[in-house]
Ligand binder design. Structure first.
Ligand code: MSP
Length: 505
């Protein structure tokens, strides 16, 4: 029976259209989801849109449409953006769906009945883009530390979630599960925040109606973050399908940007505890994709859209860049120039070149069929070594590290060709030796196609077909599928066009 594996992206606000900052998290989650499927896991990969709250309501007003119309329109943009990047999500949740209303209301009632929600008055400073309250100390000269804009002064009768009751339980949880927030630096940040003392937070609003009404007091709608976070439970059947919920909860990974770490690693586990549910196994917070040193945003007008990059670099080119160019954790700068450079170096020269060299030689020297012979040269050991390194890196969500290990294998294969000079062997009439060397290279190409498929699914599937293999890399199961000797002799090889044509700067 295959193991359940549940991974999520944040659900994106529909006030904005999808840009490459959103794509960054989504492609990362897709890589992990595909990698787990390749190992036979029963994967649920969830993404979606966050559609309630003041921010969305105001965007809709600005456009002169209802929030629902606005949400329908923008949610569709996200669906299309992910389709355009070959994202393999199993579900796409929208917080305006009936399934989510039902789940949230059921959960709220439970938390209320458990005594963790109570009525109070709130007076505070609110940042609409964050959909969050701030204290004076947290602001920079009265401005939101994330959006660098003035905050609103708000007084409301609100229901409060008793976050303060969970300080000890959260600390105990993170002591018992040191990997529950990653990377380490983020874990320290979360622990520091909890140790400063937790304040109850307001979890309802009366000033707006674009939200989910509280089941016991319909004059209030649920605070957007309380509603949004619960999407992760709705999608795996909370309140509707207990067996399914039991199977996938607690989630394996929530991938989030560092901007929303506190919501995911402090509020969310406490909310779950209050409702008698288990906290996430791991919240992994990555850094920002910066453009010219700044976070991409609508107000800064520095957004780059995935489809524009796909037009220039292809789907795989874009996916590869996000995964390989910066470590999944710290911030990284995005630039077109470095994208061209990396594309040419890694995809055109290394990956593409290895494939075309090997296939060309196999066509010229071996009549275009997979030989029986294997030289059992250094690649025979390099393949499993690369796989093991990838396994280790992927277990730590070191996505760039995993790809670096695979590219090491590609470089080894290119070096092996240089060293063994099949063209000389061919001229010297050493047919068996040529077949042996190319046999090893073809086996390696098969392994490369397989291991690269979670990152660059199109080129990998293409290479798979050119090797005369049936099905696609996705139909294989690791770790068995990595073994050398899986490439059947006698199959016809196809040279084809270059997999990654070079780009001019
Ligand atoms: N709706 C909330 C999340 C609710 S999850 C229960 C939200 N949405 S968002 O659309 O503003 O941003 C969500 C996520 O998009 C960020 O946490 C991050 O994962 C990703 N990114 C948005 N801009 C980004 C960059 N410039 N760089 C990297 N990731 C960025 O917050």
């Amino acid at each position: 029976m295959s193991a359940p594996f549940y991974i999520t992206t944040p659900i994106y606000y529909v006030n904005d259209v999808p840009h490459i900052g959103h794509a960054y998290t989504t492609v990362a989650a897709d890589f992990v989801a595909r990698w787990r499927r390749l190992h036979g896991d029963d994967v649920v990969f969830l993404t979606g849109t966050d559609e309630h709250g003041l921010k969305v309501q105001r965007s809709a007003e600005a456009q002169g449409v209802t929030p629902r119309e606005w949400a329908d329109r923008t949610a569709q943009r996200f669906v299309e953006a992910w389709r355009g990047l070959d994202i393999s999500n199993d579900d796409f949740i929208r917080t305006t769906e009936p399934r989510h209303y039902h789940a949230v209301q059921q959960f709220l009632q439970t938390v209320y009945d458990n005594g963790f929600i109570e009525l109070g008055t709130y007076e505070g400073l609110y940042c609409v883009p964050c959909e969050a309250y701030y204290t004076e100390e947290e602001l920079n000269d009265g401005r939101c530390p994330i959006h660098d804009r003035p905050v609103d002064h708000v007084t409301e009768e609100n229901y409060f979630f008793r976050l303060s009751a969970f300080e000890d339980r959260l600390l105990e949880h993170y002591t018992k599960h040191p990997d529950a927030v990653q990377p380490e630096s983020r874990r320290n940040e979360v622990l520091g925040f909890i140790r400063q003392g937790l304040r109850d937070f307001s979890m309802s609003r009366t000033s707006i109606d674009w939200g989910i009404p509280l089941p016991w007091d319909s004059s209030h709608v649920t605070y957007v973050w309380f509603d949004a976070l619960f999407n992760y439970c709705t999608a795996v059947g909370y309140g509707a399908d207990p067996a399914r919920f039991e199977r996938y909860w607690p989630v394996n990974y929530h991938l989030v940007g560092k901007d929303i770490l506190r919501f995911h690693a402090v509020y969310w586990p406490a909310m779950l505890m209050a409702g008698g549910l288990e906290p996430p196994q791991c919240v992994f917070a990555h850094g920002w994709l910066l453009v010219g040193g700044e976070k991409m945003s609508k107000t800064r007008l520095n957004q780059i859209f995935p489809a524009d990059l796909v037009a220039d670099f292809g789907v795989d080119g874009v996916r590869y860049h996000f995964l390989a160019d910066q470590r999944f954790g710290p911030d990284g700068d995005f630039s077109y120039e470095s994208m061209v450079a990396r594309y040419n170096a890694d995809l055109a020269n290394n990956f593409g070149n290895l494939a075309s060299r090997v296939l060309n030689m196999a066509v010229s020297y071996l009549g275009g069929t997979v030989p029986e012979e294997r030289a059992n040269g250094p690649l025979a050991a390099a393949v499993p070594r690369a796989y093991e390194a990838m396994v280790g890196a992927m277990a730590d969500l070191d996505l760039a590290g995993a790809l670096a290990a695979l590219w090491e294998l590609i470089r080894n294969a290119n070096a092996y060709i240089e060293a063994s000079e099949p063209w000389k062997l061919y001229k010297a009439g050493e047919t068996e030796a040529v077949a042996g060397v190319l046999g090893d290279c073809l086996e390696t190409l098969r392994a490369v196609a397989l291991l690269a498929s979670p990152a660059i699914p199109r080129a990998s599937a293409d290479l798979w077909r050119r090797l005369g293999l049936d099905g696609s890399p996705e139909s294989e199961r690791l770790p068995d599928a990595i073994n050398i000797g899986r490439l059947p002799a006698g199959r016809s090889l196809v040279k084809g066009d270059s997999l990654f044509p070079r780009k001019d700067a």
